[in-house]
Design a binder for this molecule. Structure first.
Ligand SMILES: Nc1ncnc2c1ncn2[C@@H]1O[C@H](COP(=O)(O)OP(=O)(O)OP(=O)(O)O)[C@@H](O)[C@H]1O
Ligand SMILES: [Mg+2]
Length: 457
């Protein structure tokens, strides 16, 4: 149901085109001049505009320029009197799709419009496919990194359940890779050539979430100026990730349950039942079972979404993957920034491996991105890590480098350290002062001086 706007100052022409296009099944609006047309363009999504070039006030060319600016996806077709093809050519240069000279016949205009809209649909699909292809390459095919035993077991599980139609619940702390795994499931399933759609249920207010999921008809609520497909329809034949399902409001839970049971949706403001075939994947960083016990999540919905459960372990439970992942991100970000960084300094590696990673893989990814941006040498140095990774690594109270909160006397501390080292050196050297001094890189003179001063023997 594409939307077309007819702009002509001649009423008979407007009516003729409107009636004809409506018969073809398009939704048509009409404007009597360029100014009125601009107002309409501002308020709704219009797929195609067919406008007379010669109109009083805002003429067709000005309108065309305006549309290119505010609604670049809208196709514009100009109507021109036979005598003014020059302006028509100007219109083409300004981005009009085509022009029709008066008088025209109905078939001519019908076919031009059909072709133009078909081209637009193809283009949109291509944009979508290209985006998904990039994501496929970047996010999945060579990019789930990890050799940890738990992760390998998880890959096996994905391979088993991907080809089925089972509803999957993915549990894991934030940043563990839930979306990545959901995509992996989709792209390993027979649905891979259809769309993978995802929405974060916690990020949108309820009414918006509902209209996004189910779509709406024009006039369903204030602001619904055109019909819009819901995401369930977009994902038809494909997979749909409902992210942060635990955040869904009780009334949305009821609506989702209905979709899962009946596989039928209805657009807001509409009565027509639309059958959808979608594989549902949900994810959560909360304990859904507990939400059920606390009556915050419907038990019947829980059983519907929890048919197959995948739990992604937090990064701290698979420390052997930390450096693998760090190197993976390092190669991504050095490529992106064009920097020549060979790897991580040994100390940096030690810090990365012993940190607790509350933000999991996403946090590690951010830490590496930041470090790459800051690094000026060809190794990632420890001081490029955020302070909190450092701070965790501050010396403990029994270390000689520990600084107590109440402060200390550094000079005295250094004297003590010197005393201790001199005593050890003497012991090692069997009491021979010359050799002990050499062990500490001191001159015999100053060694003797300090022996006297400290009363060492
Ligand atoms: N095993 C992995 N290998 C490579 N990259 C990973 C891996 N796990 C996660 N990532 C990357 O870490 C980032 C976070 O992953 P993702 O968005 O899938 O996590 P999430 O669990 O959905 O996070 P959130 O809870 O924040 O939504 C992404 O950039 C993803 O590509
Ligand atoms: Mg996510």
């Amino acid at each position: 149901m594409e939307r077309i706007m007819v702009v002509d100052d001649e009423k008979s022409m407007r009516d003729f085109l409107s009636i004809m296009l409506e018969k073809e099944g398009y939704t048509v609006s009409a404007a009597k001049d360029g100014t009125e047309a601009k107002g309409l363009i501002d308020g709704e999504l219009i797929d195609l505009v067919i406008a007379d070039i010669k109109m009083p006030e805002t003429n067709g060319i000005e309108l065309l320029e305006y549309i290119r600016q505010v609604s670049p996806e809208t196709i514009v077709i100009m109507i021109t009197a036979y005598a003014s093809t020059e302006t028509a050519i100007q219109a083409l240069k300004l981005g009009a799709y085509d022009y029709i000279t008066k008088p025209f016949n109905v078939d001519e205009i019908r076919i031009i419009i059909e072709k133009a809209l078909e081209k637009k649909r193809l283009k949109e699909e291509n944009i979508y496919l290209k985006k998904e292809l990039q994501l496929r390459e970047r996010q999945y095919f060579d990019s789930i990194v990890g050799k940890n035993k738990k992760m390998v077991a998880l890959y096996r599980l994905i391979e088993q359940i991907a080809p089925t139609n089972t509803t999957v619940l993915i549990c894991g702390e934030s940043g563990t890779g839930k979306e990545l795994i959901a995509r992996a499931i989709h792209y390993h399933s027979p649905r891979r050539d259809k769309q993978f759609v995802s929405i974060n249920c916690g990020a949108l207010p309820e009414t918006l979430l509902e209209s996004e999921l189910f779509g709406y008809l024009k006039g369903a609520f204030t602001g619904a100026t055109s019909n819009k497909k819901g995401l369930f329809e977009v994902a038809n034949g494909g997979s749909f990730l409902l992210d942060e399902i635990g955040e869904m409001s009780p009334s949305m839970q009821v609506k989702l349950l209905r979709v899962l049971q009946d596989k039928i949706i209805r657009r807001l403001g509409g009565l027509q039942e639309i059958k959808v075939d979608v594989r549902i994947i949900t994810s959560t960083n909360q304990d859904l079972q507990r939400l059920v016990e606390e009556k915050k999540f419907r038990e019947d919905l829980f059983y519907r979404v929890n048919v197959m459960q995948i739990r992604i372990p937090p990064l701290r439970e698979r420390r052997d993957d930390i450096l693998l992942l760090a190197n993976h991100f390092l190669s991504i970000f050095t490529k992106e920034t064009g920097k020549n960084i060979q790897g991580f300094h040994e100390q940096t590696k030690a810090y990365l491996e012993s940190y607790d990673w509350p933000g999991n893989v996403r946090e590690l990814e951010n830490v590496v991105e930041r470090a790459v941006a800051l690094e000026t040498t060809n190794l990632i140095m420890p001081e490029r890590l955020p302070e909190k990774i450092y701070r965790d690594k501050m010396p403990s109270p029994d270390s000689p480098f520990y600084l107590p909160d109440e402060g200390m006397k550094l000079e005295e501390h250094i004297v003590n350290i010197r005393k201790k080292f001199m005593a050890s050196a003497l012991e090692k050297a069997g009491g021979m002062q010359k050799r002990a001094a050499a062990l500490l890189g001191m001159t015999f003179r100053s060694f003797r001086y300090f022996i006297k001063k400290y009363g060492l023997r």
